[in-house]
Design a protein around this ligand. Structure first.
Ligand code: KIV
Ligand code: NA
Length: 268
């Protein structure tokens, strides 16, 4: 049996072949992605995509564990990374360890991801030293929407650029095996990727990053609205609509179920 890709495998991909990643929240999509991506992220974006929340702030640790387990069941090759949701890790490094250990034990996932730069570096190091592979997440950090005042592209001012660079270095020094760089001006993500030895995974960042990630439903064209940084590689929304109208019509004109879809009383 092929073994799963590990966080250690991903860490070796600096300046190598681009790391390919997508999000998934449930078993069927995970099973499709499994052979084609290096890691699957069970992102807290599930709050917005699956539950219609306006931000990721309300997502709970239990929600992440349920969906993380589903993705583990649906996959066998890709590394599965589970997001730590808002409120489950920021209070202290001990809180972060307890929450992350629950995720690792209850889902079997190979790594966790947490948002934050310099101020989270001590926590990242605490977890890594205790056997939990951590993927960082810097730049635009959606869990901070309420202090940012909205989803704001990072690195537009010199001051913010310098802070984001310090964040990248701190998370790298703390021992993260990789880090997501989200929603920054392109030259900043490029510079960070060149400056740090840690694998960078871009989303709304730069083609120079060591890998790329997108939210699956965004790139499939399932969501009504997609951000600027998303290329739609599919139009699944139209496909679903076509199937649903076909079904509704068939039920209404009694052409479904047909003879093939019903059970006979006796089988020979
Ligand atoms: O929650 C998520 O889907 C993410 C990715 C966009 C990186 O954090
Ligand atoms: Na996330």
């Amino acid at each position: 049996a092929k073994r799963r890709i590990t966080a250690v495998d991903i860490a070796k991909r600096k300046n190598g072949d681009p790391v390919v990643a997508l999000t998934a929240y449930h078993a069927h999509t995970a099973s499709i992605l499994d052979e084609h991506v290096d890691f699957i992220l069970v992102g807290d974006s599930l709050g917005m995509v699956m539950h219609g929340m306006e931000s990721t702030v309300p997502v709970t640790l239990d929600m992440m564990i349920v969906q993380g387990l589903a993705v583990m069941r649906g996959s066998k090759r890709a590394l599965v990374v589970v997001d730590m949701p808002f409120g489950s890790y920021e209070a202290s490094k001990e809180q972060a360890f307890h929450s992350a250990a629950r995720v690792m034990k209850e889902t079997g996932a190979g790594a966790i991801k947490m948002e934050g730069g310099e101020h989270m570096a001590e926590t990242v190091e605490f977890l890594v030293r205790r056997g939990i592979p951590v993927m960082g997440h810097i730049g635009l950090t959606p869990q901070a929407i309420n202090t940012m005042g909205g989803f704001r592209v990072q690195g537009k001012s010199d001051e913010n650029q310098a802070q984001t660079e310090r964040d990248a270095k701190a998370i790298s020094d703390a021992g993260a095996f990789a880090m997501v760089i989200e929603g920054t001006v392109e030259p900043l993500a490029r510079k960070i990727t060149e400056d740090i030895p840690t694998v960078t995974i871009g989303i709304g960042a730069s083609p120079a990053c060591d890998g790329q990630i997108l939210v699956l439903e965004d790139m499939l064209g399932l969501n009504v609205w997609t951000p600027k940084f998303v290329q739609k590689f599919g139009s699944i929304r139209e496909h679903i609509e076509e199937a649903v109208t076909g079904y509704a019509d068939a039920v209404r004109d009694r052409s479904f179920p047909g003879p093939d879809h019903v059970y006979a009383r006796k089988q020979k």
